[in-house]
Write a protein that binds this ligand. Structure first.
Ligand code: FAS
Ligand code: PHB
Length: 383
């Protein structure tokens, strides 16, 4: 098989890159180990930052997002007895959108801009020859010859290990997130990030009838070990049920999962004719809502660079890709670490006082609030 760009992975990075390339007249073929249904159904991110929405709209992927997504002006920061709204639009002129990653994935699949081979196995990359070997779902050995390979295969794919002598930075946090989906209307109009002595809690949502909530739990927590009652009781405590008349409305829980928290950055994001994008190159703790948005920012840069190389024989952007992408990767890695360490408790009373002081400053100072807003709503792509 022959194409211009072989894309490994059909998550948001892989499918969005295929879409951007097609818009620029460049052909691609995607190979994916999972089924289309599995990839579309994975429950993951929920927030799209301003520049992600602008990019998606600019390439014809904004219609359902605008119709079914929910534009938010900001977030609430909370600690016992206090809840403060940070208005990103007032502070930075930029907003965010609540639109589940599953919905974006469905939009990307529906756009069908490139052939996708689902349920493949034995994927082997040859970065120097720009070749991908795999077994297709009928059991046939296939060779995909391209000009370039895009490694969009997430944190467990082969691409990140196909970069010899890569420098790897990793931080594992001493806690995880227990996430639930519940068939109940959100009890808040915008997201609540809550600091509490018992641990962090987040009230997010997916629609007017589906809530998405998270609890800080010890690493290794078994989702089955928490009863629904215990989950709602702990969420009520940490989110301030009854505080200033506010109520958390419980409802039927339809999904439970525990997500370990870590930061991971690998550099460079290129080897020979292989380029990494998205979780293949970096992982952030979800506290800053950056994972999906960083994947989008990577492929926005990589798509432009590949199009310039393949249609104008200009490799300037390709040669700069890893350095340009890493600037935003480290900005988002720092912001995600900063939000995580500010909001998650460790039981250390000194640390708790520092966290509360930082929260009071961010919520009470326009400079502090603007710093959070700039990063959360997202710096311009190419920052
Ligand atoms: P993905 O992991 O989404 O996609 C990679 C694809 O490559 C997958 O479909 C995989 O099956 C495929 N693949 C793997 N190995 C392969 C191989 N050998 N050959 C071919 N294909 C292969 N981010 C947030 O912002 N907020 C959140 O709340 C949040 N929650 C998350 C919860 C979980 C459980 C996980 C794992 C991630 C979460 N994230 C969250 C981060 C997530 O949204 C990622 O940032 C986003 O999916 C990145 O997209 P991709 O880079 O495309 O990687
Ligand atoms: C989500 O809705 O899944 C979500 C929102 C904000 C975050 C993390 C996850 O910081």
């Amino acid at each position: 098989m022959r194409t211009q760009v072989a894309i490994v992975g059909a998550g948001p990075a892989g499918l969005l890159l295929a879409h951007l390339l097609a818009q620029g007249g460049v052909s691609s073929v995607v190979v994916e180990t999972r089924s289309e249904e599995y990839v579309a159904a994975r429950i993951r991110a929920g927030i799209l930052e301003h520049s992600s929405v602008e990019l998606l709209e600019s390439v014809g992927l904004g219609a359902r997002l605008r119709a079914e997504g929910d534009q938010h002006r900001g977030i609430y920061l909370q600690w016992p007895g206090e809840r403060h709204h940070l208005d990103f639009v007032d502070l930075t002129g930029r907003s965010v959108w609540v639109y589940g990653q599953t919905e974006l994935q469905k939009d990307l699949i529906a756009a069908r801009t490139a052939p996708v081979h689902y349920e493949v196995s034995d994927v082997v990359l040859d970065p120097a020859a720009a070749r991908v070997a795999f077994i297709d779902k009928s059991g046939h050995k296939r060779i995909l010859q391209a000009d370039f390979i895009a490694g969009c295969d997430g944190s467990f794919g082969p691409s990140r290990n196909a970069v010899p002598a890569a420098q790897k930075f990793e931080k594992v946090y001493p806690y995880s997130w227990f996430g639930i989906l519940a068939d109940v209307a959100p009890s808040t109009d915008e997201l609540i990030y809550a600091w509490h002595p018992n641990g962090f809690a987040l009230h997010s949502m997916r629609s007017e009838t589906v809530s998405r909530l998270y609890l800080q739990v010890p690493n290794g927590t078994d989702p089955a070990s928490w009863s629904d009652d215990r989950i709602w009781s702990e969420l009520s405590t940490r989110l301030g049920h009854g505080q200033n008349g506010w109520k958390l409305n419980p409802g039927p829980i339809t999904d439970k999962s525990v997500l370990p928290m870590r930061s991971y950055v690998q550099t460079p994001m290129r080897h020979d004719r292989l380029f990494l994008a998205g979780d293949a190159a970096h992982i952030v703790p979800p506290t800053g809502a950056k994972g999906l948005n960083l994947a989008i920012a990577d492929v926005a840069l990589l798509g432009k660079a590949l199009i310039a190389s393949l249609t104008e024989r200009d490799d300037t952007l390709l040669d700069r890709y890893s350095g340009d992408a890493q600037r935003r990767v480290w900005r988002c890695t720092h912001f995600s670490w900063w939000m995580t360490t500010m909001l998650h408790t460790s039981g250390d009373p000194f640390e708790a006082e520092l966290q509360l002081s930082q929260l009071r400053w961010v919520a009470g100072s326009r400079a502090g609030a603007t710093g959070l807003a700039e990063n959360y709503a997202g710096l311009p792509i190419g920052y």
